[in-house]
Design a protein around this ligand. Structure first.
Ligand code: GTP
Length: 328
């Protein structure tokens, strides 16, 4: 019988992850009053809507803001090779035109706002972001320093982008610490010079999650891409959710490990055997799950978006956010 993928995913509502330093950072950012400040908001291209932080929207909407959709290399459905060619960049930009259109339609920024796709390891994107920052710097008041704050959810690549800009603009090595788990940056960083010929400085900030989740499924997406600390959602549940997506896209994405299946236990056991991930004690579901999640995060299980690229999706989200604000 032909394999039929699940059309819905059943799960318990997981709680959010919002440690104290996130709220502290949010308060500090909200107290920044200089009209010269520029905010580079980093979102994850695999979850362009879910990595939009509604608690930051109110103040970011009034600021000089550039929205960066980072990790495009992991979200790009058109190409599977890691190399970033000119042709591929054009495709990436096209993919994000839709998102840009939603942004323009649904928010009323008083200040300039730009949107750009990004891959932190490709200098092309750093050059484009530097151009956008220069445009905003030119609009700043003649005297006074300009501070560029890198904000966004945990692990979206804020430090990597800061480093990539410094590298391209000043030919200097990295200054912000990068890690493959969320919550690496715990406080707002020291200032880091951006241009030799201008008084422009960058500041890295800790990733901020939302204090509550507007859609239960968001917690699964955020866990899968690595915005949420490991263990908040059980790794087997995260893999089950990944399997749900892989099956709907193309079960052959995991054919090196298993025949198509909707059963996460069967999938993990097959993977443990085929990928040689059996431990001394035999099969350890947490160990194999974490291996699968890491493989997904480096693009070895396909490159695709987890959010539905549909205008209604954003409208529903905005409606839920408004309800949350009204309920306060
Ligand atoms: N594939 C891919 N990986 C990236 C990209 N940018 C960053 N990463 C990886 O994502 C992980 C997190 O990057 P960081 O720069 O530490 O992220 P952050 O937002 O500063 O993290 P926090 O300090 O935890 O908030 C690291 O493993 C990076 O190597 C990208 O464009 N593509």
């Amino acid at each position: 019988m032909a394999f039929v993928a699940r059309q819905t995913f059943e799960y318990q509502m997981p709680s959010t992850w919002y440690p104290g330093h996130m709220n502290k950072t949010l308060k500090r950012l909200k107290n920044l009053t200089s009209s010269n400040d520029i905010f580079v908001e980093v979102r994850d291209a695999r979850i362009p809507l879910t990595s939009r932080n509604y608690v930051m929207e109110d103040f970011l909407n009034k600021k000089n803001r550039i929205i960066v959709y980072n990790k495009c290399d992991l979200a790009d459905t058109f190409h599977t090779k890691a190399k970033v060619s000119k042709h591929r960049i054009q495709n990436l930009a096209q993919q994000f035109q839709n998102v840009e259109c939603w942004f323009k339609e649904t928010s009323t920024p008083e200040k300039s706002a730009f949107i750009t796709p990004y891959v932190s390891k490709a200098p092309y994107f750093a050059k484009e972001l530097l151009r956008l920052i220069r445009t905003l710097v030119d609009q700043a008041s003649a005297n006074g320093r300009v501070y560029v704050y890198f904000v966004g959810m945990p692990n979206t690549g804020k430090s990597s982008i800061l480093n990539s800009l410094r590298n391209v603009a000043l030919r200097k090595s990295k200054s912000a610490i990068v890690g493959n788990y969320p919550g690496v940056t715990k406080r707002i960083s020291e200032i880091v010079r951006l241009f030799n010929d201008m008084d422009v400085y960058m500041l890295d900030t800790p990733g901020i999650m939302t204090p509550s989740i507007t859609k239960p499924e968001d917690m699964l997406k955020l866990s899968l891409v690595g915005c949420v600390k490991e263990g908040i959602v059980h790794p087997v549940t995260v893999v089950d959710y990944l399997l749900f997506h892989l099956n709907r896209i193309d079960p052959s994405l995991y054919s090196k490990w298993s025949l198509p299946t909707n059963d996460v236990d069967e999938f993990l056991q097959n993977t443990a055997y085929k990928a040689r991930k059996l431990t001394k004690g035999g099969f350890d579901e947490n160990f194999v799950s974490n291996y699968v999640i890491q493989q997904y995060r480096i693009g070895r299980l396909g490159r695709f978006q987890l959010d539905t690229i549909d205008k209604n999706e954003l409208l529903i989200r905005l409606h839920n956010e408004q309800n949350k604000k009204n309920a306060k």
